[in-house]
Write a protein that binds this ligand. Structure first.
Ligand code: SAM
Length: 219
């Protein structure tokens, strides 16, 4: 299978993708932050949700488990992780609209209207300009009153968290794309993209650095 190389794979290297779910479960306190993220998203049966960089589909599947009636699109540029997501959802009997690609203008047009945009562990892997473009597109495709929910490595507030982040996430994904997250850039970028009431709702220390949950809305 040909794999596009213009994105950082789930675990920094395509050869490690089979171990992604296990690594996230063991190293990031996944049960804690995903559960809190789902609680924050609070899916309802009238929601149409877009999961940007859905990877192996864990968040989309949890949302579907919580509210089987939701309409959910999982988008990722990596066909290999999407194949894993498809298999996981199929085993559980869930129908999720998996799409292969980046958050392009076409996807924005085809996906509207979206009530909630969600994204977990994606922004720390993207260059600054792409973080800005993704947030602008997320804002553009949300209906007025819609909300944005992000879980990702945010401002690393203590020396311990900075060391852990450097030795794990930055060792795998490099410094260039990840440092802006560790310096706490995401809330400012969300505001610049036009989001209102930007809030860092939770900070969860993990063995790989702290993961922050963010909430914002489109007025
Ligand atoms: C660390 S994984 C996170 C996967 C999943 N969201 C989760 O919570 O487990 C990051 C994912 O983002 C995807 N990705 C990387 N660059 C992207 C971009 N510019 N737009 C959308 N997804 C991207 C990768 O293919 C990968 O599946």
């Amino acid at each position: 299978m040909t794999v596009d190389t213009e994105f950082t794979p789930a675990l920094g290297d395509h050869r490690l993708t089979p171990f992604y779910d296990l690594a996230i479960a063991l190293l990031t306190r996944e049960g804690v932050w995903r559960r809190r993220l789902v609680t924050q998203i609070a899916p309802t049966s009238s929601d149409r949700i877009l999961d940007v960089g859905c990877g192996t589909g864990s968040l989309a599947i949890l949302l579907k488990q919580r509210t089987p009636d939701i309409d959910i699109i999982g988008l990722d540029p990596d066909p290999v992780v999407l194949a894993r997501a498809r298999r996981k959802a199929y085993k559980r009997g869930f129908t999720i609209d998996w799409r292969n690609g980046f958050l392009s203008d076409d996807i924005v047009e085809q996906s509207r209207p979206i009530s909630k945009v969600v994204s977990s562990l994606v922004f720390h892997q993207t260059p600054l300009e792409e973080k800005q473009q993704m947030l602008a597109k997320m804002h553009a495709l949300l209906e007025p009153g819609g909300s944005l929910h992000i879980a990702d490595y945010g401002l690393q507030r203590s020396k311990l968290m900075r060391i852990l982040f450097r030795r794990t996430v930055q060792a795998i994904d490099g410094i260039e794309d990840t440092q802006a997250n560790a310096d706490g850039v995401l809330p400012e970028l969300m505001e610049t993209a036009g989001f209102a009431d930007v809030t860092e709702t939770q900070i969860i220390p993990t063995l790989t650095g702290s993961i922050s949950l963010y909430w914002a809305q489109r007025l």
